[in-house]
Every structure is written in C-alpha cells, then in structure tokens.
Design a protein around this ligand. Sequence first.
Ligand SMILES: Cc1cc2nc3c(=O)[nH]c(=O)nc-3n(C[C@H](O)[C@H](O)[C@H](O)COP(=O)(O)O)c2cc1C
Length: 378
Amino acid sequence: MNLDQKYPALSDLRAAAKKRIPKFVWEYLISATGSETTPVRNRRQLDKVLFMPSILHGEFEPDTSATLLGERYPLPFGVAPVGMSGLIWPHAERKLATAATAAGLPYTLSTVACQTPESIGPHVDGKGWFQLYAPRAIDVRKDTLKRVRDSGFRTLVVTLDVPVASRRERQTRSGLTHPPALTPRLLAQIAMRPSWALGMARAGRPGMPLIASYTQPKIGLPTTAHIGYLIRTAPDWEYLHWIREAWDGPLVVKGVMQVEDVAGLKAAGVDALWVSNHAGRQFDAAPAVIDVLPAIRQASSLPLIFDGGVSGALDILRARALGADFVMLGAAWHFALAALGTRGPAHLINMLRKDLHANMGQLGLHTLADAKHRLVPD
Ligand SMILES: Cc1cc2nc3c(=O)[nH]c(=O)nc-3n(C[C@H](O)[C@H](O)[C@H](O)COP(=O)(O)O)c2cc1C
C-alpha cells in the first residue's frame, strides 16, 4: 500500500485511527475539558498566522535541522508525553520511542505511561526525555529520578500545569474510570475494534507501573498511605528548586503560559521552557499558545518548546517564526500508530518532513530560523 497516497495528511490518519480505537479510549485521547474551546482556539489562532510567499530563490535544499539543549535534531519536532499511551495503542511507548529514536528525534516518557523507565530506556539510546508529575514523598522523588537517570533518560521535563485533577467531562461521559473498569458497555466497544483488542490481549492489561511500584512497600514507604498523597502534588517554587538540585541533566518546565514566570524560572536554573496549555485538557479559558509565545520569547533567552494542535509543517513554521526553537506533538503520534500500527510513526515523520520541504520551498526558506522573515504582520 502506498501510504503517501492513502494518508497524505494527519487528518487521514486521525480518521483511520478513530475506526480502530474503542470509543472510550478515543474519547480519552481527544478529550479536552469544559466546553473544549481551548483546542479550537489553539487551532484558530495558528491559522491566523500567515507567511508571504517569496519568489526567485532558485533551487535549494532546505535545512530542516534544529538545535536544542546541545543536541542537533534533523527535524524540529518530537514526541510529547502522553499518559496511558499504551492504552491508546498496544505497546505505544516502545513503538514511539523506537521510531523517534531511529529518526534522531526526542521521545518523552510520561510518569503515568504504561511502561516503566527501565523498559523504555533501552529504546532511547541514552537520549530519552522523561516527564515528571511531581511526587510528594521525598523518597519517591529521589528514587524516581535515580531510576529515570539510570535507565538512560537525559532530559527531565517537569509538568507544572496539572496542579489539580482535570474534570474532562467528555472522558467521564465515555465511562472511562481510573483504573479502567471493564463494564459491559466498555467491553461492547472493545468487541467492535478487533485489532486493538487482539493487540491488547497480547500486550496485557495496561496500567501505570511506575506509580504502582511505589504503592508496594519496596522502598520502605508506608503501605497505608494514600496513593495520591505519595505520588502527586502541586509543586511550588521551593519544589522546583529541589528538583533543580537533584537533577544534573537538562531541566525543562512544561506548561509555561505567563510571561511573569519567565524570570523566576530562569533564576531557578531551568534550561528550557515548554510553552503549552496542555491542549486544553486541564483548563478551558487559556489563551491560544501561539498568542502567548511572542511575549515569552521576548522575555526569555532560554530555548522555547511549543505544543498544542500542531497538525502539519506550517504550524511548525508558525511556531518557529514566533519564537519557538522546537515543537512537540502528542495526539498525532497516536493517530499514526492506531491507523497504521508500527509503520505509523515513521509515516508521520515522513509526512511532516515532506510538508516542511514543500512549505520552506514556497517561502524560499533555507533554514527554519528564516521563517520569521516571511511573517505577514497582523
Ligand atoms: C491522551 C493524552 C495524554 C496526555 N498525558 C500527558 C502526561 O501524562 N503528561 C504531560 O505532561 N502531558 C500530557 N499530555 C499533554 C501533551 O504532552 C501535550 O502537551 C499535548 O498533547 C500537545 O497537544 P497535541 O496533542 O495537540 O499535539 C497528554 C495529551 C494527551 C492527548
């Protein structure tokens, strides 16, 4: 099958994925919170960023590489952390880590993934990124960071925009609970998606093994303590300082939206800012990420990572032009995986690469850094 013919755009992968993932899992994947206006706003504001096509540049090969935190990447994007990735598609963590690493791109493992750092570490070539949801108990913090480092993860991403649980009404409506309980309704949805069901039967029931490992008394933690109490807290500045002291590799904070936070984050020794509104999954009245990006760029000399609704190379160029150094995608990788299985992530990478070449050619852009020169002022 010619994948380029059948799936030329992310929207094709999304449509195919929807037919292969059980409904309650699909709702988890695409859910935002409230009336779900934030992802719509992210998209709408991206579409408003225009570039002036530019002529008479002759033949050239655009340079699509990007440098971030001392690493040179052949393409300016990577895999954002997605909790319960392995529920969305069997073995998603391993498949995405392998595909991203093979293409020289960063893969971020979530704290609440279906695989441990130890099982994914061998697939990230010593260059993995690990996303931390702040553990409250100090023993858990120390042990998690040690395990992450020992498993081959180099860059720590601390997510700060989940101080409390999100309501995510769509997800609740779909019948998905934590942990997922297999009600007759969910079983009926699974029965309608045989490739997912078969893959999941082979992979085993998805869980959150990193967190589960701390609910047992392995490292001397009190067994009676409430799991949530041990595992999750709402970090403050003091917590961030502790993390900075404890992690000797690159430290990224995710969920930065406020320009007022930038100076403090830099002073705290953070190495890069991940500008994100969590794709609207946490809060429904946030500005579009692309709208806050220029002010954060202006206020900060740190590298900036952008995410939220990126669906093609034009969005990558838009983010670059307005100040981002790098772009991450979350849901898109899972659309690719569910649509095409193991071939999906590589196809998505190819699609974005070709799209970058096409758009950089139209704009006469030799490098990504030149994108800002073609912006149409609004
Ligand atoms: C199903 C799902 C689960 C997610 N889980 C996490 C998570 O565990 N940790 C985190 O920092 N962000 C999480 N995110 C947010 C992503 O890292 C990222 O910010 C967002 O998906 C980017 O938007 P996009 O999906 O439109 O590319 C999740 C996103 C999705 C779609």
